[in-house]
Design a protein around this ligand. Sequence first.
Ligand code: MTE
Length: 331
Amino acid sequence: MLIKNNDDGFIHPVASEITPPAAYRGRRDLLKAMAAGAAGPVLAAWASREAFAQTQRPGKLAPLPGARSGVAGAVTMEKVTDAKDATSYNNFYEFGTDKGDPAKNAHTLKTAPWSVEVEGLVKKPARYALEDLVKLSAQEERIYRLRCVEGWSMVVPWVGYSLSRLIEKVEPLGNAKFVEFVTLADPKTMPFVGSRVLDWPYVEGLRMDEAMHPLTLLSFGMYGEVLPNQNGAPVRLVVPWKYGFKSAKSLVKIRFTEREPKTAWNKAAANEYGFYSNVNPNVDHPRWSQATERRIGEDGLFAKRRKTLMFNGYEAQVAQLYAGMDLKKNY
Ligand code: MTE
């Protein structure tokens, strides 16, 4: 995106509902330090350890299994990215712009109570409590490639259901042409929402036929568990044939509109981030090539970059949505 990120190479520890032993030790050290009049630096170290200990990682979250999806193209046979990598190397600018920031900072996100407002050009606008939204349709597991505009990719087993299930329930009106996705922007729990890197809230959008496509996933989980905060808890979008930034995290509003929504990245740099943003190895980003990608977890000096595939490999399923369109103009 606009900011250069550094890999932090950090191993993030396990989340725990109970206070971890290290934190007890930390408190004991802190008390000793206070008695000795040297609390300042010890306090800082303790606070960062405490935040670190709350990082959310698969293996410790509530289970959310889904039956393997039967949707065409929904299950790639490629090697799944290690959960540790997919949950510690993230873009979630509300929590910072470095790849390690979301895993370190997103423990402050409050995901309950949570609701999603569905509004705009629909016959049945509604506010769905998360509990009802989760149950609206059967949960499926889909193994999708996700290709970030920055040139890296990963393969993740997501859990959720086709967004079209929700859209059918609310009955869009005939003049609804687009769907806008608005995400949470809470300066109290999201430390970077005050920054000027984007015009908050983070907003994304899809054309109606894209939103209705069976591959477009409303996701509540990954790796068989509820989403960790850093990956967009408690509910996010996953649109596998588009660059990762279209997959908006922590959704609070879904609005049906007649006009193309103004998306956060398009507002920030229209010549770099178009509305469509379909993965396309033949259309370079103005500042770099999109022809190849690095698969997360395949690092090292001799790791080969992979060729990026048209529509991220989902061409058979989605190419007809763009028949006759100039994809160089509509990037
Ligand atoms: N959603 C919100 N609300 N804020 C963000 O900064 N980043 C996007 C997308 N959704 C982003 C967001 C980008 S650039 C990518 S690549 C994906 O989330 C990353 O999802 P992941 O962390 O689960 O890999």
